[in-house]
Design a binder for this molecule. Structure first.
Ligand code: GLP
Length: 254
């Protein structure tokens, strides 16, 4: 367990673990390690973005040290861009492979890829959900937090019972996402995401939040009204959420 952490209960079933920035990756990696300790072939949903990078670095470090066994892990995806097919560089699938799956030796055949081909996408989204069911459901869903409160690409207004589907991205999101890619003008304006309802069905959920820029929205998500206007606030509907926040992100929690 990471040392020097403060764990608080802000809402029923929502545990908030506040850590120093140096411990952030380790605290997030503990969620994965604890899950794999009870189920070696756990189905785990992985997010993209800047937030989970310390998590992936730490998981790779632990694997190299022989401290964690990822050989049976069943990874699933949270979201991607509509049209990010094949080897398209602006793709969360390829981002995850580069940052985590490939260096961890996780074969592409083990990854349940979010569909992105616009052709037949609605049916492919249904098959994606079916694939989660066939894997026995998601054991641990890891999430980042968008500046506007989105989880995955569930933008404000996304219903609590929404399923995997195509969504129109807000300008806040496309601007924030431009930071991931060398050509910001090419960031797609539509995404494909697990729905809020899909996420809430996971057996456990880890919300990872770091940096001062997320302090206000994390406060709104955990202490403000539970509303579709702040999709992350809907996580309070279920009592199985563990938040890992660094001190800057947690600074508005009182
Ligand atoms: C992106 C992704 C989310 C991610 C979030 C936060 O748009 N769709 O899955 O969790 O926004 O990103 P970051 O961690 O870079 O702040």
């Amino acid at each position: 367990m990471t040392t020097g952490v403060l764990t608080r209960q802000l809402a029923p079933g929502i545990e908030v673990q506040i850590v120093s920035p140096a411990d952030f990756g380790s605290a997030a990696a503990d969620l994965v390690q604890n899950q794999l300790a009870v189920k070696a072939n756990a189905v785990i949903g992985f997010p993209t973005g800047n937030t989970p990078l310390p998590l992936y670095h730490e998981l790779l470090r632990r694997q190299q040290q022989g401290q964690i066994d990822l050989s049976q892990l069943q990874p699933v995806m949270l979201d991607d861009y509509l049209g990010a097919v094949g080897d398209e560089p602006i793709s969360f699938y390829n981002w995850l492979r580069r940052e985590f799956f490939d260096p961890a030796g996780i074969a592409a055949s083990r990854i349940w890829r979010m569909p992105t081909d616009p052709d037949g996408i609605d049916e492919a989204c249904r098959r994606y959900e079916q694939g989660l069911v066939e894997r026995g459901g998601v054991d641990l869903q890891l999430l980042g937090l968008g500046l506007n409160g989105h989880i995955g690409f569930n933008e404000p207004g996304s219903p609590a019972d929404s399923r995997t589907r195509v969504v129109k991205l807000t300008e806040t999101t496309t601007v924030a996402n431009a930071a991931y890619w060398s050509d910001p003008s090419k960031v797609p304006h539509s995404g494909v995401t697990m729905g809020v309802g899909t996420i809430l069905e996971a057996r456990s959920i880890g919300l990872l939040v770091n940096g001062a820029a997320k302090a206000e929205i994390l406060r709104a998500a955990l202490l403000g009204p539970m509303t579709t206007a702040v999709p992350a606030s809907l996580l309070r509907k279920v009592q199985k959420v563990h938040v890992v926040a660094d001190e800057a992100a947690a600074s508005q929690l009182g």
